[in-house]
Design a protein around this ligand. Sequence first.
Ligand code: URA
Length: 216
Amino acid sequence: MVINLGKQHSLLSNWVSELRDVEVQNDRMRFRKNLERIGEVAAYEISKTLAWEEKEITTPLGIASCKVLQSQPVLATILRAGLGMHNGLLNYFDKGENAFISAYRKHHADGSFDINIEYMSCPELEDKVLIISDPMIATGASLVKAIQYLKEEGVSKEIHIVCAIACTVGIEFILREQPKATIWCGDIDDEITAKGYIVPGLGDAGDLAFGQKMQF
Ligand code: URA
């Protein structure tokens, strides 16, 4: 299932437009902050779909019957571009466990690339809710590979994927490979370049958030 949060005409669409805007996106602090804010809104929206339970809470004046989250999700992100969004999700699911996985594109002379994963730290995932963030879903290849690696730590009961912009081909690929996942995005674009960049997209989210990297 795909949920395009940008359809709701909320502040989130403002933040996505700032991420895209060449006049605004070079302010790295604002770029990171906007990704964080989208992560926060996504956390809030996802929280409405999770399991809740009633709990008696003692206040200074009596007992209140409150709804509390049954269990905290595991928050996973793909280094490095996902860090801002991850922070936003963690601001709201503040007791959640965390998983980090590195994925980078190894480019070849013909313009094609492979996804390489070299690092992962992950808690036990069995029967937990997994929320994985990556600001840009282009081909979906790195996300699918990351989920395959994470699944070695147990099969989560639900998978939520959070991104700022998703490309249609990436969405289709992910839902083919992980049909039970829910994709939460800020906007959807239809085009992708041969080098795997989303059009109109926003450019390279990792570089915009943290500075240009060397190509290797
Ligand atoms: N990653 C990015 O940072 N940008 C894209 O357009 C696609 C993948």
